[in-house]
Ligand binder design. Structure first.
Ligand code: UFG
Length: 344
């Protein structure tokens, strides 16, 4: 049977590459659309090593609408688009807001225009739990109020969600979902793909693994005087392979619907872990003592957030299977493989 083609923007990136693997495993043909501004050219080959299939690559910027239209048209019938391509560093977004609005919002507009021009109905958008801000009630459901964004990055995610919803109202045969990710961590168990942070990592887990391998001297835990059991912030850490599988489930949910729809899903484990719990779990897995100190709070940090995942479980028929231990073990193996392969 002919495989259905899915265009995966940002498909060479961290979550995108894992999602391509899961699409191939599920019998689809992902086509990567990526300008490699924050990803590596060798990723499609790594996907081939894992799955036996090398995805086709369109090397373009999502915002370059005219070229994009021509290139995607040439691919023939596209069944759906999964849109990851975006900048994602909170701190950088406050310094370079225009880059963020252009890269994140203009790109999404361009991709939606492409869907209209080529009559592609199924759209999966990569959103973030950042839209909930500092939540009043936990766990957060998809109906929890949207809070004022803390950064231009967060604002671009909110704007894109509104943009998709407005587009859906105007074009009712569109079938679209926004997937609000909690904290994706880990790597593929093969250690062939994983997160490749540019420069000093902003996020906790790559900072931990880089400290453990000796690339960073010391992890600073940003505050231990929060109103949580051990004083450090709480997040819902989800293994990137579980997260990737949710995209296949979301696309299949859209395909099954005979009518247009717009819906939102939380993607998390439903459980919160503190920074200290993550550090302690990592120490057990790596069988080493991590160099860390307690520092001041990081501005704008959310104290506690974790997902209510019942909607994803009921409608997408998806839930996480992997644990924090699995994710940290895979992240650590990935870090060690980078050291060996010298591609960091
Ligand atoms: N942390 C440290 N030290 C570090 C890095 C992080 O203590 O060096 C702590 C943070 O203070 C926070 C936790 O680890 O308590 C997780 O921090 P991350 O930066 O890994 O993740 P965030 O939850 O702050 O941010 C992530 C994404 C954002 C997204 C947000 C949604 O990076 O893009 O989740 O809540 F917007």
């Amino acid at each position: 049977m002919k495989r259905k083609k899915i265009l995966v923007t940002g498909g060479a990136g961290y979550i995108g590459s894992h999602t391509c693997v899961e699409f191939i495993n599920a019998g689809y043909e992902p086509i990567i659309l990526d300008n490699f501004s924050n990803s590596k050219e060798f990723i499609p080959e790594r996907i081939q090593e894992i799955t036996g299939t090398k995805p086709r690559v369109i090397d373009l910027d999502c915002a370059a609408y005219e070229s994009l239209l021509e290139a995607v048209k040439a691919e023939g019938n596209i069944n759906g688009i999964v849109h990851f391509a975006a900048f994602k560093a909170v701190g950088e977004s406050t310094r370079k807001p225009l880059d963020y609005y252009y890269n994140n919002v203009a790109s999404t507009t361009s991709i939606l225009k492409l869907m209209e021009a080529l009559a592609i109905d199924n759209f999966v958008f990569s959103s973030s739990c950042t839209v909930y801000g500092q939540p009043d009630v936990l766990p957060v459901t998809e109906d929890s109020p949207i809070k004022a964004a803390e950064s231009p990055y967060g604002r671009t995610k909110q704007i894109c969600e509104d943009l998709i919803q407005d587009f859906y109202k105007a074009k009712e045969d569109l079938k679209a979902v926004s997937l609000r990710y909690f904290n994706p961590i880990g790597a593929h168990p093969s250690s062939l793909i994983g997160e490749l942070p540019l420069g000093v990592p902003n996020n906790l887990v790559p900072y931990i693994t880089q400290t453990a391998i000796g690339l960073r001297q010391n992890l600073t835990i940003f505050g231990d005087d929060y109103d949580t059991p051990d004083g450090t912030c709480i997040r819902d850490y989800i293994h990137v392979v579980d997260l990737a599988k949710a995209h296949v489930a979301a696309l299949s949910y859209l395909e099954k619907s005979n009518n247009g729809l717009y819906d939102i899903f939380n993607l998390g484990t439903g459980t919160g872990n503190s920074v200290l719990e993550v550090v302690n779990t990592f120490e057990k897995i790596a069988q080493m003592k991590l160099n860390y100190t307690i520092g001041p709070r990081r501005q704008g940090d959310i104290v506690k957030v974790f997902a209510d995942v019942s909607k994803s479980k009921n409608l997408l028929n998806w839930e996480t299977k992997l644990s924090l231990i699995d994710a940290l073990r895979d992240a650590w193996n990935w870090e060690k493989s980078l050291k060996t392969a010298d591609i960091s």
